[in-house]
Design a protein around this ligand. Structure first.
Ligand code: NAD
Ligand code: DAU
Length: 360
């Protein structure tokens, strides 16, 4: 039985990945999820799997080298899938330090612990061990609206403290590959959407606000472009890279689904009106009049667009969920899971929201 160590598995993508893996492999795998449970980590996301015999949760900080090494000592880990990170650009602009600590130093701790556990005296590695570093398209910087794309060969050019910290962590992984022949891959994925995404990010924030009749904040002119991918397609890509990717390689992940932010907001409003039954009192709140243009994000990247040619050609990955279907599934999930939303917005969220949006 293969053992996976997943970091940040209580967050948005990590929790969807863990559920995807159990759906795909059932009892043939074991997953250990290590997460410190920041504001973004939520064990409710894993209710469906928490009682599985082949699932274990460990609450620990990836910067805590002793705690991470202990997990490797006590378990024969075959695969590391490293999601744990501070992930929100706006927060990184207000408070960069924690991004460097978790995203850069935390990644270094994970690399060292895996290397120590897997390396043989002659400098080679135990068989069939692999580390996958989950990164982002934001490390490539920003594109013009000119039909160009991010390739794996595009120079790294991050702009926000978040993307700079992710670029640094990518560089560390690359350094371990180049220096120690460490068995790793890096994946750089575009914007994900789907269930369990924390409502600081555009899509769940707009759904939540629209259902409550609150203003829908659009940064700048609303024409910044993001390339949206349904979260299960990201999970599938990660699994395929770990199974058949060439060791040491970087793979871009994206579904050619570029949309302006304002288009996304309009689609959400139209879909909510279409899907909510007339008997649902929240339907009366949903209106385009809620759209409010606010001060732009500092250093706001204009456009992201991934060229997924390499992962398609080498590994045969392709996205299965088209945006029209994925956004409907996502919106339905949010309006059917009002309690989840209430729980995650009940504590620190209100203060965050006021700080970020009150005087914007
Ligand atoms: P998220 O913020 O929803 O979840 C992050 C998780 O990491 C949380 O569960 C949190 O508790 C945990 N965590 C944070 N600091 C930790 C620490 N010091 N020790 C242990 N656990 C810690 O993030 P997400 O959107 O699920 O993103 C996951 C990964 O995917 C990140 O590395 C991010 O850079 C990358 N990524 C995200 C997207 C996206 O669109 N969301 C796209 C591409 C890549
Ligand atoms: O591209 C991958 C990245 O996508 C990931 O690496 C990040 O972890 C993830 O957070 C995401 O970053 P973005 O900055 O693109 O996502 P966000 O949802 O914060 O914003 C999407 C776009 O919407 C962006 O252009 C800013 C805009 N926006 C966002 C918010 C929260 C608004 O106009 N209003 C808002 O209130």
């Amino acid at each position: 039985m293969r053992t996976y160590l997943v970091t940040g598995g209580a967050g948005f993508i990590g929790s969807n990945y863990i559920q995807y893996m159990f759906r795909k492999y059932g009892k043939d795998i074991r997953i250990i999820n290590v997460d410190v449970l920041t504001y973004a980590g939520n064990l409710e996301n894993l209710k469906a799997v928490e009682d599985y015999d082949n699932y274990t949760f460990v609450r620990a900080d990836i910067c805590d080298s002793d705690a991470i090494r202990k997990i490797f000592k006590e378990n024969d880990i075959d695969r590391v899938v490293h999601f744990a990170a501070e992930s929100h650009v706006d927060r990184s602009i207000l408070n960069p330090e924690v991004f460097v600590k978790t995203n850069v130093l935390g990644t270094l701790v994970m690399l060292n612990a895996a290397k120590e556990a897997w390396e043989l005296p002659d400098g080679t590695y135990k068989e069939n061990k692999r580390f996958l570093h989950v990164s982002t398209d934001e490390v490539y910087g920003s594109l013009e609206e000119d039909g160009t794309y991010f390739y794996e060969t595009t120079p790294i050019d991050p702009h926000s403290p978040y993307s700079a910290s992710k670029a640094s962590s990518d560089m560390l992984v690359k350094a371990y590959i180049d220096t120690y022949k460490f068995p790793a891959n890096i994946t750089n994925c575009s914007n994900n959407y789907g269930p369990y995404q924390f409502p600081e990010k555009l899509i769940p924030l707009i759904i939540n606000n629209a259902l409550q009749g609150k203003k829908l904040p659009v940064y700048g002119d609303g024409k910044n472009v993001r390339d949206w991918l349904y979260v299960d397609d990201h999970a599938k890509a990660i699994d395929m890279v770990q199974e058949s990717g060439r060791l040491g390689e970087r793979y871009n992940i994206g579904g050619h689904n570029e949309k302006q932010n304002i288009e996304i907001i309009n689609i959400i409003l139209e879909t909510l009106i279409e899907m909510l039954p007339d008997s649902d009192p929240r339907k009366a709140n949903v209106s385009k009049d809620l759209i409010t243009y606010v001060t732009d994000r500092k250093g706001h990247d204009r456009r992201y667009a991934i060229a997924p040619d390499k992962i398609k050609a080498e590994i045969g990955w392709y996205p299965e969920t088209m945006f029209e279907e994925g956004i409907k599934k996502t919106i339905k999930w949010y309006f059917e899971n009002e309690d989840w939303m209430k729980n995650v917005t009940s504590m620190e969220y209100q203060k965050y929201y006021d700080d970020m949006y009150k005087n914007r």
